[in-house]
Ligand binder design. Sequence first.
Ligand code: ZN
Length: 159
Amino acid sequence: MLKPCLCGHNKPFAKCCGRFLTEGKLAKTPEQLMRSRYSAYALGGYGDYLLATWFSATAGELTAAALSEKSVDWQGLEVLSSEQHGDKATVEFKAHYLEIDSLEIDSLETDNQEPNNQESSSLEADNSQLQTLHEISVFQRSAGRWLYVGGEVSSNLNR
Ligand SMILES: [Zn+2]
């Protein structure tokens, strides 16, 4: 049975974010790029992709090695809205994660298993540790490629 993509789309990874992460295809929309970058973070090990899709002027001193590290355990993504005006775009999303340090039962959630995609039920089941990143990401199209410019985190709007 096919598992849905990490980004929450009900498509297999290979036909969703996998096309961009592993086949070098270019995301056609800012939302596709945003979703694929989320999947890259969730999987870990895709620092090269994250750096390649980062607007160079704002990527600063980020390195692929640092971006490949999983800093938190991503649990699910909700895209709230996306807007495009010519070569600029914004995507508003909420991404849910667990702090890796606070994971004490990770032996029960075998590392390579797909995350639980029943987002709402898992949210309710364990919201003591679940954190939410609410961000409006800014994207810019440059030479036909969408790139991540930066994000505005709405820490007051969580949940
Ligand atoms: Zn996806």
